[in-house]
Design a binder for this molecule. Structure first.
Ligand code: SAM
Length: 609
């Protein structure tokens, strides 16, 4: 007999369409600095910008070529997309112009794609000449994302967002959801980089453009002009920069821009991780938010665990799930950079143990499919893992993620809520209580979601989990993980867990669960004392779905769900919030479009209709 839970499992999407797609391998470029200054890409045999005056070239070709700042003067938001981020000079010049002359434009989104991100050292040298020109070179270096393939959504300032996609341009634009207002067609000269300049690029540009979208390029090559014209752009040849005879500017003749009716006032139910991150993402887009929570304080429910781990959640061969895993990881790390001192953040790295031969093979496959640079993920043998962690691991090898961090989750939720309007001890028992005062409602609490939509019972299920704190028997430098984990809280204390108990809603810690947690420790570490001294314990109820991924999407007109984050609330919350905020405001989607299917509630639509 099928219980609802089993039914839900049957209805969930089973396989991603892009199963087994290998990720694009990204590499640092080969650069020679001519006269110690001008970057030349030796692989392509071309320069990054004009040796005469790179900044003046950018201003003429891309900014004036797209009629900036005039074009954004009266727009609520303005979206630029560029082919080839390179040194970021075009981006920096655009940021400077926007900061000086934003007009009435509230938000600038700059999307750029790069398959060969400069290393930190290369970037530092390449940006040297521009430090004296009032460009935010240091800010770019500070926010530059991990050089990991995929979408990186970076907050440059309160009103500027950079979406940097490390991938091949053709694939990146295929994955992108955005309504682009202006194109910066950079990229090396068509003769030096024929793979990029082709019809599939122009078709993607047309798909992402609307009537009146402009484009500008340094090149006026005949093939490029003809290709863009065939895709629907009107192209004009104008005089080029310095010794270049011509460049092009153009306008798209296609369907009008879709009007998005952005809600101005939103009520969010739930002041945990999901609600707090949601309010932040929406407030940054100028939306007024109020959070309602029936509990008296933040951090009482699943979001209150003291030690939170941020480490990648990846799988063998699942390209779309890995896109999601990568986005969650990089996105969260990026957001935390601005709160480092408030949340006890430590970049400890994390070791995922290969506890048997099958797991070792899976990890090898993840590494070869992922195409991450070794500075971000590598297989280490037991000796190296022991040296990194300071303890003796119970495995022959491990997958090491050097960028992984630990933090205090409760402090993080509090830090986020400090900037929010929260109405504590207000239980929302019907949506009608909010509908007259708010344009939209976001349910960011699983309990509230089930209470308001009882049919969700079939999909959203409680999962009890307990962690156990014990006296540190030595020095542990980083979390050690193999399904469950052990991690250092401070020099005195380690924490281990968590248990997973379905369908239990009692959050009182149990001694038996501490024993379960401690009994599993030898799978992680050897040479431990027989009976570690327990100092504390903590139990929580997390809500999850049969496929263990969250539920995001629209439940009814102006009612949205962002819940069921399970035991990965820290990793899911920031990205889900940004996705929903983008959908409500018309901002570019911060993730590849295939990622959406994996968190969207339509995967369970048969049960909900
Ligand atoms: N806009 C850049 C700036 O402001 O410094 C200069 C761009 S440079 C001329 C061209 C860039 O395009 C290089 O960084 C190169 O790695 C990148 N590129 C070329 N072909 C690409 C492709 N197919 N996919 C992704 N990036 C590509």
């Amino acid at each position: 007999r099928y219980r609802p839970w089993h039914l839900a499992k049957l209805f969930a999407l089973s396989r991603p369409s892009s199963y087994n797609r290998i990720m694009t391998r990204i590499t640092h470029p080969q650069i020679e600095f001519r006269d110690n200054q001008i970057p030349v890409a030796t692989d392509f045999g071309d320069i990054y910008f004009s040796p005469e005056d790179g900044l003046a070239e950018t201003e003429l070709v891309f900014l004036q070529g797209n009629k900036l700042p005039h074009a954004w003067q009266d727009q609520e938001r303005f979206i630029i997309a560029e082919t080839g981020f390179g040194t970021g000079l075009n981006f920096l010049a655009t940021v400077k112009l926007f900061n000086e002359q934003p007009g009435k434009c509230r938000h600038l989104h700059y999307i750029s794609v790069e398959r060969h991100p400069l290393s930190a050292e290369q970037l530092n040298i390449a940006l040297q000449p521009w430090r004296a020109y009032g460009l935010e070179t240091q800010r770019l270096q500070d926010i530059y994302p991990l050089r990991i393939p995929g979408f990186h959504n970076c907050h440059v300032s309160a009103n500027i967002t950079l979406t940097l996609i490390f991938d091949d341009i053709l694939k990146a634009f295929d994955d992108l959801t955005a309504s682009v207002d202006a194109w910066f067609l950079d990229g090396f000269a068509p003769a030096k980089n024929p793979a990029m300049w082709n019809d599939s690029l122009y078709q993607s540009m047309a798909r992402l453009s609307h009537a009146g979208t402009t484009l500008a390029s340094f090149t006026a090559a005949g093939d490029v002009r003809r290709g863009l014209e065939a895709a629907g752009f009107t192209i004009e040849r104008v005089s080029g920069f310095a010794n270049k005879r011509h460049r092009i500017v153009g306008t798209f003749n296609g369907p009008a821009k879709t009007d998005i009716k952005t809600p101005q006032k939103i009520a969010i139910i739930g002041a945990g991780l999901a609600g707090a991150t949601m309010a932040h993402a929406l407030q940054r887009q100028g939306i007024d938010c109020t959070i309602f929570d029936r509990n008296p304080h933040s951090g009482l429910n699943a979001s209150g665990n003291q030690l939170g781990l941020i480490n990648p959640k990846l799988d063998v061969g699942h390209a779309a799930i890995n896109d999601l895993g990568m986005s969650m990881y990089c996105f969260t790390l990026h957001r935390l950079r601005d709160m480092v001192d408030k949340i006890d953040l430590k970049q400890s790295g994390a070791l995922h143990l290969a506890t048997d031969e099958t797991k070792a093979q899976r990890q090898q496959k993840i590494i070869s499919d992922l195409s991450w640079l070794p500075e971000h993920a590598q297989i280490v043998d037991a000796q190296k893992a022991n040296a990194l962690s300071g303890v003796t691991i119970s495995a022959d090898s491990a997958l090491y993620y050097p960028d992984a961090v630990t933090l205090n989750t409760a402090k993080m939720v509090s830090a986020l809520l400090d900037h929010c309007d929260v109405r504590w001890e207000q239980e929302i028992t019907s949506l009608a209580m909010l509908q007259k005062d708010y344009d939209a409602i976001i349910i960011a609490s699983a309990e509230a979601a089930i209470a308001l939509y009882p049919e969700l019972h079939q999909i959203v299920q409680p999962m009890r989990g307990q962690v156990t704190y014990f006296k540190a028997p030595g020095t542990l430098n980083c979390p050690v993980i193999a399904g469950h984990y052990v991690a250092p809280v401070d020099t005195e204390t380690w924490v281990t867990g968590a248990t997973f108990q379905r369908q239990r809603t009692d959050a009182i810690p149990q001694d038996a669960d501490d024993q379960t947690n401690l009994a599993a420790l030898p799978d992680l570490l050897s040479n431990l004392p027989e009976q570690p001294e327990i100092t504390d314990h903590w139990a929580q109820i997390r809500y999850t779905t049969p496929d263990r991924r969250p539920l995001l999407g629209q439940m009814a007109e102006d009612v949205y769900l962002a819940t069921a984050l399970g035991s990965h609330g820290l990793q899911y919350s920031f990205i889900l919030a940004e996705i929903l905020a983008s959908q409500l405001t018309g901002a570019p989607l911060p993730v590849a479009k295939n990622v959406l299917d994996f968190v969207h509630l339509h995967r369970y639509q048969n049960l909900l209709s």
